[in-house]
Design a protein around this ligand. Structure first.
Ligand code: GRF
Length: 203
């Protein structure tokens, strides 16, 4: 099975996916990594593994639609079973989302539907939450609100700041993202309407 991964930044989730493939926890190969930032740190993980990388700059396009059209053309060349958003920081056009419906995943650093958008760790700390986490979800047209497949929880400790909390959440992200992808590749996850089933059981 084949994955294409989209990133914009650090790429620690990409790194976790690469490792999961190496360790055969994921029966898949990452056939390409795409970034909308030429200087995304995470690209180095792909380069080190000889995974093809492609970077696209929005300034070279007339708008989001043509950008996403070019993105899709590159993705389709690699014929992925799943398109994986891993810290990809551009909102995708409706056409793009529709094209990959049911095989487009994102990971978001909050317990959705809490805190869609940016600065999730700051918001959780400001609200005095005692639990925080990450969600793997199918991507739909509404940002950070597609059907959730799996969430991981972490405690918020009294001495936490955004950095310590983000790191605790990421450690979980790196475990649950490969896990969900393995389920989807094995046909264990089905999306019907807006409902997710695992092994036929509604989640
Ligand atoms: C993660 O926190 C992920 O949940 C969010 O963006 C961050 C990406 O981190 N969507 P990295 O680039 O994988 O290190």
């Amino acid at each position: 099975k084949r994955l294409v991964v989209l990133i914009s930044g650090q790429g620690t989730n990409l790194k976790a996916l690469i490792q999961a493939c190496q360790q055969k926890k994921l029966a898949a190969q990452i056939t390409a990594v795409l970034s909308n930032k030429a200087n995304a740190q995470g690209l180095a993980y792909a380069v080190n593994m000889n995974i093809p990388i492609h970077t696209l700059d929005i300034n070279d396009f007339t708008g989001s639609k043509s950008f996403d059209y070019a993105l899709a053309a590159i993705i389709d060349y690699y014929q992925p079973d799943i398109v994986v958003l891993a810290g990809y920081m551009r909102i995708l056009s409706a056409e793009f989302v529709y094209r990959y419906a049911g095989r487009l995943l994102n990971i978001h650093p909050s317990l959705l539907p809490l805190y869609p958008g940016l600065h999730t760790h700051r918001k959780a700390l400001q609200n005095g939450d005692i639990i925080h986490g990450a969600s793997v979800h199918f991507v739909t047209n509404i940002v950070d609100s597609g059907p959730v497949i799996l969430q991981a929880h972490v405690p918020i400790l009294s001495n936490d700041n955004e950095i310590t909390l983000a790191q605790r959440v990421k450690n979980k992200e790196h475990v649950i993202y490969p896990l969900v992808i393995s389920w989807l590749l094995a046909g264990r996850i089905v999306l019907q309407e807006n409902t997710v089933f695992l092994d036929g059981v509604e989640l």
